[in-house]
Write a new protein. Sequence first.
Length: 247
Amino acid sequence: MTTKLAITGKSGSGKTTITKAFLNIMKEMFPEKTILLLDNDLTGELGHSFGLDIRNTIYGIRSGKHEYKTGIPENMTKQEFIEWAMEDIVVSLDENVDIIVSWLVGSKDCRCPITGQINDAVLKLIERYDIVIFDCEFDLKYLNQLVDTDVDTTIIVANPSEASAHLAKRIEEFSAKYAAGGQLGVVINKAANDELSNVYELLKKYDLDVLGVIPYDKSLEQNTVKKDSKIVEDAIKQFYFRLNLPQ
């Protein structure tokens, strides 16, 4: 069964760094497992953090603008074509890790067949992997417009401020019905030690479930593209046991 982790939050909150940290931790803990990164964020920043400029997206399949690496096989049904095209745009990062980018997604209100066909193709793709990590656009609603799937753990990334805590509460409210009974909570990112008491008071005020706290890593100011942080990884390892993820 596939384990699914979603990372949500405001742009600039540190989602991509945290997504990469979870990837590295899971590769370390489960070197034999296959992992898919699904970039559902409109910035496409996750691919950039691996030095990739991924132009072939799920939206490109939907819009008919994708240029395929090989000739299109003949005599396929529309569903078979979409599934074949999905395979064509998956990018391999290493032996067990792949990435795919969604970019724009269609509205669930659209009654055109392609919406359901894309959903079915994405479901079939993610079910091939042991672990899928979704780097989401703001909340779970945008991911749900792409694929209707249960998520085991959803992390809302928030920064240590009143405005960020308020926004995290909104994201929680928007995402709750899409979490499908899975774990849903907040991780505070970029926190200084002298801010922690104020942070916990804020989260208590907004009735938010705190899964963990990650300290501010100043080195990320110089490492703006790769988004790698040993400090972030070590902090996640301290609260990983609380998460509804393989242990």
